[in-house]
Design a protein around this ligand. Sequence first.
Ligand SMILES: [Zn+2]
Length: 301
Amino acid sequence: MKRAALAVALVACATPGESTPDAPGGDGADGSVDGAPRPDAPPGCERPALDAPWLRGMLLDDVGQLAAAPRATSAQRQAARTFLSQRLTALGWPAQTQMYNTGINVYATIPATMGGTGKEVIVGAHFDTVTGSPGANDNASGTAVVLAVARYLADTPCRNSPVTVVLFDQEETGLFGARAFAQTRQPANVRAVHTIDQVAWDQDGDRRFELESPPAALESEWRAAAQAVGVPVTKTTTQGTDHEAFRDRGFSAIGLTEEYVGGDTSPHRHTAQDTAATVNADYLVLAAKLTAQVVLDEVAP
Ligand SMILES: [Zn+2]
């Protein structure tokens, strides 16, 4: 990921005030307890508990299966797409594909159930890798988080807005999948685009995540969710990964990542050593809970 991000990161590091760490949260920002029914939820509209019994196992299984091989050649990427399509369909969301000139994205649109007219929410991650890297952290981790969000939504009976989960092709060669997908939507019809890239490394154990180039409204949403989940977050100006493709076309877009600018990021990126054995499972679980909290806050009453 982040072909162009290093230069941006250096700029960000050199700009005091761009980095705004928060103290770790703990209690729900709105007074709710993790997964408990909210007092204003309509009957039958309880949200799933974020501390789901399936979460850790599902994330690790998906990372393990994806990172069994690189996903760089046409054949490797096709094998990954087959796996991803099967996973989405098994969750109850029929997988679709978007072909463009050099690649194919995999996605599913999860419909609203409440007859609402809420704008679409997009949650995505790139599934491809550089040549020769199994890409467990970059980016089977983000892909697994997106699949976990799809599963949480299957357990969320009341949804006011459609959510499209999308696994992008060819991020590593130039954001091609995300740029192609962005052309299928109009910014006026999309509330938010969230992209997840490299969320399985936390060597210093501080549980901190970075929010990449967030518009103010999305930064507020993510900070509230981070407080509810109990993780600290830092805003950065990082570009160079999938959210940039949407921002360039006028969408409200944000990226989630480990401490890429902060320096606590996988040293195995883009190497043969980016294997499932290097994945920090506890941190990956937090990434999934944080992302799910944001999406549920956006679409569930
Ligand atoms: Zn990446």
